[in-house]
Write a protein that binds this ligand. Structure first.
Ligand code: H2B
Length: 97
């Protein structure tokens, strides 16, 4: 399947209005979330991994104790695409606000 193109800065800014837990720009978007425990943070990563594998689109993940830092960018496009926005929406459905 062809992969979608890099979005414009305006498109990303508009999309971020509907994703209040995320920040960033056309070069990448990011969200930080604190889970109650280290184990729950690891479980959240596994749930995100299942979505990422299903989409064949993968986040950059950094876990510090129970604080999870997620960064999304379409490496092949060199910036944010619709795939990153879809992955962000699906991650939000898995995580606490
Ligand atoms: C072959 C496979 O589809 C590609 O390597 C995919 C895998 N997951 C990916 N994930 C992300 N975030 N960016 C990519 O460019 C990417 N490419």
């Amino acid at each position: 399947m062809p992969r979608p193109p890099r979005l414009s800065p305006d498109d990303v800014a508009t999309a971020l209005d509907a994703l209040p837990s995320w920040s960033g720009d056309a070069d990448g978007i990011r969200r930080t979330v604190q889970l109650p425990t280290f184990r729950e943070a690891v479980d959240a990563i596994v749930a995100i991994a299942d979505v990422a594998e299903e989409m064949d689109h993968h986040p950059d993940v950094d876990l510090r104790w129970r604080t999870l830092h997620l960064s999304l960018v379409s490496h092949s496009a060199g910036g944010v695409t619709e795939l990153d926005l879809e992955l962000a929406r699906r991650i939000d459905a898995l995580l606490p606000d």
